[in-house]
Design a protein around this ligand. Structure first.
Ligand code: GDP
Ligand code: GDP
Length: 437
């Protein structure tokens, strides 16, 4: 599981600037999914071969109030779920009463805290750091987030403070066999009903694999000769009869499961329709680049009119999901549950596709001959060749000149063209554009 780092600090100390620095790589990728909302509060980054999750809490003011008003509930939950807290202070403002209040609050959580002194550009870092020793959180680590200074050193220190980083992320995940599946959906969508039904029917492989206990978050099982590993960070298996409250729902845990998975089975509740939280969670799944199968659950006992309403609702509110397979199921009765696995296999295969440079370049040439890129300042943008830059999800890299001037609509045209020609159902794809040679 990726460890979780929470960014804490009063407003304006530079949390979101640091967040963007640490998660920036994602913005270089163009997802072909108009309408997708991006979450700027949760992100992922890498240090060395190690991946981590980052949460920008944003919610501590440090003003002298009660704990409840001082912290948004989400902020407190994020700190509780974090493996490490980065507490940002401002080297220009110096130590404030609000910083002291936050330091006191943080002590109550008993989490490891690193004190990070931001905005050290244009000030003497040692002099600025001196007064912050009074917080009792050790030596402040100086950075200038806006200028990218000190970030690498900070992250080396961070790495030393994170638990369970024995294996680089990829090796850790690869220990688990088969196709790794995460079940995601908002509370009451039917996740635990579905998971318990599936695991009730299948042969658990738990005893074969070291480190698997009843409480493990990784649950290998076999179905029709294919091995899968279920990723259960939210404890859905143990909750069969207990109602999860909305309060206990954890975005962090959901994201950890998504990050560890190959394929996400996303549950929508047909009785409730599509809610904002669905779009929000789906945005995270797709930003993580995960293959996806949509299970519309509680399909039992719905009238034909109600079913039409659900289909229309989905098409209207989740247009960016048109690449995924939909399955209409009843976790309660088991109807349609078996069909999920064919869709999971197809999505996994599509996400792991390998396409040669020759084939991609031929596709690019066809796409361009059917629909030319636009003229920019009298010159036609030239696209020369394409190669595959990654898998899970597939990344297609297009080389040419002036590619930075390609309009979004043309990028989406190319992305759709590749998707259709390569028949990539169930996986997001990413396009990168490079100019030169
Ligand atoms: P947040 O409210 O804690 O998320 O703070 P922001 O990231 O929005 O930053 C608040 C302001 O501080 C913005 O105007 C940033 O440009 C500025 N800022 C952030 N980091 C630095 C830095 O390293 N040096 C300087 N001089 N300004 C910074
Ligand atoms: P979770 O919070 O996503 O894990 O949802 P649960 O599995 O706890 O299910 C929430 C409620 O929906 C429970 O009362 C279930 O019995 C009910 N439920 C789950 N799946 C179905 C289904 O396919 N049909 C119907 N009618 N109810 C379901």
């Amino acid at each position: 599981m990726k460890p979780v780092i929470a960014l804490v600090g009063r407003p304006n100390v530079g949390k979101s600037t640091l967040f963007n620095q640490l998660t920036r790589s994602r913005d270089a990728l163009v997802a072909d999914l108009p309408g997708l909302t991006r979450d700027r509060q949760y992100g992922t980054g890498r240090v060395g071969g190690f991946g981590y999750m980052l949460v920008d809490t944003g919610g501590l003011s440090g003003e002298a109030e009660t704990l409840d008003t001082l912290m948004a509930r989400q902020t407190r939950q994020a700190i509780q779920e974090a493996d490490l807290v980065l507490f940002l202070v401002d080297g220009r403002d110096g130590l404030t009463a609000a910083d002291e209040a936050i330091a006191t609050e943080l002590r109550g959580f008993g989490k490891p805290v690193l004190l990070v002194l931001n905005k050290t550009d244009g000030v003497d870092p040692d002099a600025a750091a001196a007064e912050f020793h009074a917080l009792g959180l050790g030596n402040p680590l100086p950075i200038a987030a806006a200028h990218g200074r000190g970030i690498a050193g900070l992250m080396q220190t961070v790495k030393g403070h994170l638990p369970h980083l024995e294996d680089p992320e990829d090796e850790e995940k690869e220990r688990w066999p088969g196709i790794r599946i995460a079940f995601v959906g908002r509370p009451n969508a039917g996740k635990s009903t579905l998971v318990n039904r599936i695991l009730g029917e299948e042969r658990l492989l738990a005893s074969d694999i070291p480190g698997t206990t009843r409480d493990s978050v990784y649950v290998p099982f076999e179905r029709d000769g294919q091995v899968y590993t279920l990723i259960d960070t939210a404890g859905v298996r143990r909750r069969a009869r207990v109602k999860e409250t909305v309060e206990k729902f954890s975005v962090v845990k959901t994201l950890q499961a998504v990050e560890a998975a190959h394929v996400v089975i996303f549950l929508l509740d047909a009785r409730q329709g599509v809610a904002e939280q669905d779009a929000h969670l789906l945005g995270m799944v797709l930003e993580a680049g995960r293959a996806l199968v949509v299970a519309v659950n509680k399909w039992d006992g719905l009238t034909p009119e109600a079913r039409d309403r659900v289909r229309a609702d989905v098409a209207l509110k989740l247009p960016f999901l048109d690449f995924a397979e939909y399955r209409f199921i009843s976790a309660l009765h088991g109807t349609g549950v078996g069909d999920l696995f064919g869709a999971v296999q197809r999505a996994h295969e599509a996400a792991a596709v390998k396409v040669s440079t020759g084939e991609l370049t031929r596709l690019l040439e066809r796409a361009v001959s059917e629909h030319q890129p636009p003229l920019v300042r009298g010159r036609r943008i030239k696209l020369r060749y394409a190669h595959q830059g990654g898998r899970n999800p597939p990344v297609f890299v297009i080389h040419g000149n002036q590619t930075e001037r390609l309009p979004g609509s043309y990028k989406r045209y190319l992305s759709n063209f590749f998707r259709q020609q390569l028949q990539l159902v169930g996986t997001p794809i990413r396009m990168e554009f490079r100019t030169g040679e």
